[in-house]
Design a protein around this ligand. Structure first.
Ligand code: G3P
Ligand code: MG
Length: 237
């Protein structure tokens, strides 16, 4: 299997603030091997781990992420919104996250999350950071909902790619072939058994997000789904 049957979503988003170093550490403490994190760009071109276009939900600040420089972002608290136990947690840069992930010997599904940033620059930053970190191919898989980002990434990197879909489009095979994808990632609640079989029959590994309940996880497994992204691996039993 290319990833694992349970992949920590945004770190382990139910147990530590998403996309933070604390979340990465928590995933390792729980014994997870694979985590998924989102990467995007600040206005000054720095690559950081962040999900939303705006900073309101997961930091002490307000407004658009892209209106921040790294200096401005470093003044924000990215942990207190989740719990006072995580007060003072910062939004990590991609380089900080990769450094900790390597130190903990975790494997990473890095999701390119353009959120209207400069796609070309995002891909360049990510490729450079992954090369500098000397991330091994077996411990890395890059995915995105944004097909253009994957095409740009494939032009610069031989790393494994996963195509990420909300629900499976009619031309999914064409898209997967275009970037030489190895895996397909879809929303668990939009997947039908027939589509799962179609993906597996075509020779791709299939992963579903975001699964926080055992009944759903078991059903997906019966359909041949290889693994699920989860906020809380403990509930999967
Ligand atoms: O990569 C799987 C999942 O993270 C995709 O959705 O919105 O949580 O990034 P989202
Ligand atoms: Mg994601």
């Amino acid at each position: 299997m290319l990833m694992d049957s349970a992949i920590g979503h945004r770190g382990v988003a139910a147990l530590a603030p998403e996309n933070t170093l604390a979340g990465i550490q928590k995933a390792a403490d729980l014994g997870l091997k694979w985590i998924e994190l989102d990467v995007t760009l600040l206005g000054d071109g720095t690559s950081v781990m962040f999900h939303d276009p705006r900073i309101n939900r997961t930091t002490s600040g307000r407004g658009h992420l892209k209106n921040n420089t790294l200096d401005q972002l470093s003044t924000l608290d990215a942990g207190s919104w989740f719990s006072s136990d995580f007060a003072g947690e910062k939004v990590p840069t991609l380089i900080e996250a990769l450094t900790l992930i390597k130190k903990l010997n975790l494997s990473l599904n890095l999701e390119l999350k353009p959120n209207r940033c400069d796609l070309k620059l995002l891909v360049e930053e990510v490729v450079a950071a992954l090369e500098a970190a000397e991330f091994s191919d077996e411990q890395l898989l890059v995915s995105s909902f944004n097909h253009k980002a994957l095409v740009l990434f494939r032009a610069k990197s031989g790393s494994r790619i996963g195509c990420l879909f909300e629900s499976l489009p009619r031309n999914w095979k064409h898209k997967a072939r275009q970037v030489d994808a190895k895996t397909i990632h879809v929303n668990a609640r939009k997947l039908k058994e027939k589509k799962a079989l179609e993906i597996k029959d075509a020779g791709y590994e299939l992963y579903c997000y975001t699964v926080n309940d055992k009944v759903l996880a078991d059903q997906l497994k019966d359909w041949g789904v290889d693994g699920v992204f989860t906020d809380n691996p403990g509930v999967l039993g």
